[in-house]
Write a protein that binds this ligand. Structure first.
Ligand code: ARG
Length: 599
C-alpha cells in the first residue's frame, strides 16, 4: 500500500504543482483504498472542489486501479485482485520480513513513563489506565522503530511516608489482632488481603480517619517525614522495608499484566540526592522566589500559568514537583531523549504544565520534547475513588472477577476446552484492557462491574474470538494450513514467518465481504501510527474490531472449506485467514492482550 500511496501522491503532485497533498482513507472499501480530499487544493487554485476531483479523475491513470470522483473527493480504488495481492503481500511476504505496519529502527528515542503507583498503597482499578495506556504506547513506539525506555516514577517518597511511618509506629506494635479488628474477616477475603502491604494500607487509612478528629496527628506525620528526609536510621529502615514489600506486590501484578519496565529503581526517592543541585540550578537561573512562610516558588505568570510552581515548603522539605524537575534533568543527561511521555491522569494537568514551563525556562533543550498524555479518572457511581478513605476497587479483584465470569461461560459453552484456566485469564484480561482502550482517553469512566468486564459487542473477547475461529478453520483445513496454524501459535506475535509465496492466482477474493476484510486489514498500519501520534490505544482497538467484524462477514458469506470450492479459491481464502490471524494477534499484542488459539 505504501508504494501505491507514493505513486498516487506523485501523480497528484505532477497534476497539481505547488499544492500540498494529503491522502486519507475512505470510509469504506467500497469507495476505494485511498482518497484525496480536494477542498484545500481547490481553494488554492481558486476552483470548485467537485469540479477539480472530476478533472483529476479524468487526467490521472494508475495501473490496476480506477480513479473515481465522489463529490469533492478523488478516490483511488484497486481492482479486487490487485487489492488482494497488495494486502496479502504486505502481511504474508513483507519486505525484509518486517511485521506488517512496523518500521525499521530510525534512532529516535522516546521515554514512556507510566503506571507510577504510590508505594504502600494497593493497586486499584485507577492504576490500570496509566499502566495499560503506557504499555500500549511503549509497544507501539517500539514497533514503529523508536528506541523505547520504559520508566516507572514510583511514588516512593513524599509526605505520605510521614503518615505511614507515624501510623506504623503508633499501631503496628499492637500486633495483628489490632489490625485485623479493623478488617471485616467475616467475608472470606482473598489471600492477598492478608499480605503485609494490605496491613500497611489499612494503617494508612486508619491514620487518615483518626487524624480528622486529632489534628496533632498531622504534625506527627510531618515530623516523621522530616526525620526521613534528614536520613534518620529508623525512618530509613522502615521506609526501605515498606518499599520492598510494595515492590513485591507490584511486580506480581505487572507479571500478570505482562507489563515490564527497564527499571523500577528510578522512583521519586532515586532523585533525592539530586534535589539540592536542582534547587541550586533553579536559583542560579534566577527563577526562585520566596513565597508564603518561607516557601520557594517559581512564578510562571509570564507564560500564562497563574499558579506558581511550589518547589520547596517553608520547612525546607522538597515536594513532588521538585522531584519531577530533578527527574527530567536526570533523564536528559542519562538518555538524551527525543520525546518523554508522561502517562498520568487529568488531575495532574496543571502540575505538568508547571513542570514543563519551568524546564523550558531552565533549559531550552526541553522545549517540545515533554508531553503529558492525560487520561480520565475512573470514578465510582457514588463519586471519586479515594485510597485514603478506603473506597476503592482493587485491580486484582477486577481481573479475578473477569476471569471467573469468562470461566463460567466457557464451562457452559465449551467444557472440553483445554487450558481453560489460562484461556479464561487471557479473555478476562482482554475484556478489561480492551474496554479501557475503547474509551476516549481523556473522558472520565464510571466504574460498574458490568461495564468494565464487557464480554459482548465491541470487546476484546470479540476480537480474540475472531482470531481463535481462524485458527480452528486452519486446523480443519489440515495439511500445510494446519501446520501454518501451529507455526502461528508458536511464534512471537512480532515475528513474521514468511510464506514463501502467495497462492497464485489469487481468486475467490472478489466478493464484497472479502474485499471489505482486505480493506480493514489495510487500515491497521494507519491505526498503529495513530496510537503513537495521538498517544492512545483507541484507534487500534477500533480498527481491530473493524477487522474482526469484517472477518465475520467474510466467514459467513465466503465459504472457505466448502467441498465445491475450486482449489485455488480455497487456497486464496485460507491465505486471507492466515493474514487476518497474524494481524489480529499482532494488534492485540501491541495493546497488551494475548490471543488464545482456542476458546
Ligand atoms: N505517583 C503519582 C500518583 O500516583 C503519579 C506519578 C506520575 N509521574 C510523575 N512524573 N509525576 O499520582
Amino acid at each position: 500500500m505504501d508504494a501505491l500511496r507514493r505513486t498516487f501522491e506523485q501523480q497528484l503532485g505532477a497534476a497539481l504543482p505547488g499544492v500540498d497533498i494529503t491522502l486519507e482513507r475512505p470510509k469504506s472499501g467500497e469507495l476505494g483504498d485511498l482518497a484525496f480530499p480536494c477542498f484545500r487544493a481547490a481553494k488554492q487554485l481558486g476552483k470548485n472542489p467537485v469540479q477539480l476531483s472530476q478533472e483529476l479523475a479524468a487526467s490521472i491513470a494508475i495501473e490496476g486501479a480506477s480513479l473515481v470522483a465522489a463529490g469533492p473527493y478523488l478516490n483511488l480504488k484497486l481492482a479486487p485482485g490487485v487489492r488482494a495481492q497488495t494486502v496479502l503481500g504486505a502481511i504474508l511476504t513483507p519486505p525484509a520480513n518486517r511485521p506488517f505496519g512496523s518500521r525499521p529502527p530510525h534512532g529516535k528515542k522516546v521515554i514512556v513513563e507510566y503506571s507510577s503507583p504510590n508505594i504502600a498503597k494497593l493497586f486499584t482499578i485507577g492504576h490500570l489506565r496509566s499502566t495499560m495506556i503506557g504499555h500500549a504506547l511503549a509497544q507501539t513506539h517500539q514497533f514503529l522503530g523508536y528506541e523505547v525506555i520504559r520508566l516507572n516514577h514510583l511514588g516512593d517518597w513524599g509526605t505520605q511516608f510521614g503518615t505511614l511511618l507515624a501510623a506504623y509506629t503508633r499501631w503496628a506494635q499492637e500486633g495483628n489482632a489490632a489490625l485485623e479488628a479493623d478488617f471485616d474477616w467475616a467475608e472470606p477475603a482473598p489471600e492477598r488481603r492478608r499480605t503485609p502491604l494490605f496491613r500497611l494500607f489499612q494503617l494508612y487509612v486508619r491514620f487518615h480517619a483518626e487524624e480528622e478528629n486529632d489534628p496533632a496527628m498531622r504534625d506527627e506525620a510531618r515530623a516523621w517525614f522530616k526525620r526521613l528526609e534528614a536520613g534518620d536510621a529508623e525512618a530509613r529502615r522502615l521506609w526501605s522495608w515498606f518499599r520492598e514489600i510494595s515492590l513485591k506486590e507490584f511486580q506480581r501484578i505487572y507479571d500478570r499484566l505482562g507489563v515490564r519496565f527497564d527499571t523500577l529503581e528510578q522512583g521519586e526517592a532515586f532523585y533525592e540526592d539530586q534535589l539540592e543541585p536542582t534547587m541550586k540550578r533553579l536559583m542560579e537561573a534566577g527563577l526562585l522566589v520566596e513565597g508564603d512562610k518561607g516557601a520557594r516558588i517559581i512564578n510562571l505568570e509570564d507564560v500564562g500559568i497563574t499558579t506558581p510552581c511550589l518547589v520547596q515548603k517553608g520547612d525546607g522539605t522538597s515536594i513532588y514537583a521538585t522531584r519531577d524537575l530533578a527527574a527530567a534533568l536526570y533523564r536528559k543527561e542519562a538518555y538524551g531523549f527525543d520525546r518523554c511521555l508522561y502517562v498520568v491522569g487529568t488531575d495532574q494537568v496543571l502540575h505538568f504544565q508547571q513542570i514543563f514551563a519551568v524546564l523550558d525556562k531552565l533549559d531550552p533543550w526541553f522545549k517540545g520534547r515533554m508531553l503529558h498524555t492525560p487520561f480520565g479518572m475512573i470514578k465510582l457511581p457514588e463519586g471519586k475513588m479515594s485510597t485514603r478513605k478506603g473506597n476503592v476497587i482493587f485491580l486484582e479483584d477486577v481481573l479475578d472477577e473477569a476471569r471467573e465470569r469468562v470461566a463460567a461461560i466457557i464451562e457452559e459453552k465449551n467444557p472440553d476446552l483445554k487450558d481453560k484456566a489460562e484461556v479464561s485469564e487471557m479473555l478476562g484480561m482482554g475484556a478489561v484492557v480492551f474496554f479501557d482502550a475503547m474509551n476516549d482517553r481523556v473522558k472520565p469512566i464510571t466504574f460498574t462491574w458490568d461495564r468494565v468486564i464487557a464480554l459482548d459487542g465491541d470487546t476484546g473477547p470479540y476480537v480474540q474470538y475472531a482470531h481463535a475461529r481462524i485458527l480452528s478453520v486452519l486446523r480443519k483445513a489440515g495439511g500445510d494450513w494446519a501446520m501454518k496454524a501451529q507455526v502461528h501459535s508458536a511464534h512471537g506475535p512480532f515475528l513474521s514467518y514468511p510464506d514463501a509465496q502467495l497462492p497464485s492466482p489469487l481468486s475467490g477474493l472478489d466478493a464484497p465481504e472479502a474485499q471489505s476484510l482486505l480493506f480493514e486489514l489495510a487500515g491497521l498500519p494507519g491505526a498503529v501510527a495513530a496510537v503513537a501520534d495521538g498517544c492512545m490505544a483507541t484507534p487500534l482497538a477500533r480498527q481491530l474490531v473493524a477487522v474482526a467484524r469484517s472477518f465475520s462477514g467474510f466467514y459467513t458469506n465466503c465459504p472457505i472449506l466448502a467441498p465445491e470450492n475450486a482449489p485455488e479459491v480455497r487456497e486464496a481464502r485460507l491465505a486471507l485467514c492466515v493474514a487476518t490471524a497474524r494481524a489480529l494477534r499482532q494488534g492485540l499484542f501491541l495493546m497488551g492482550i494475548q490471543a488464545p488459539d482456542e476458546m
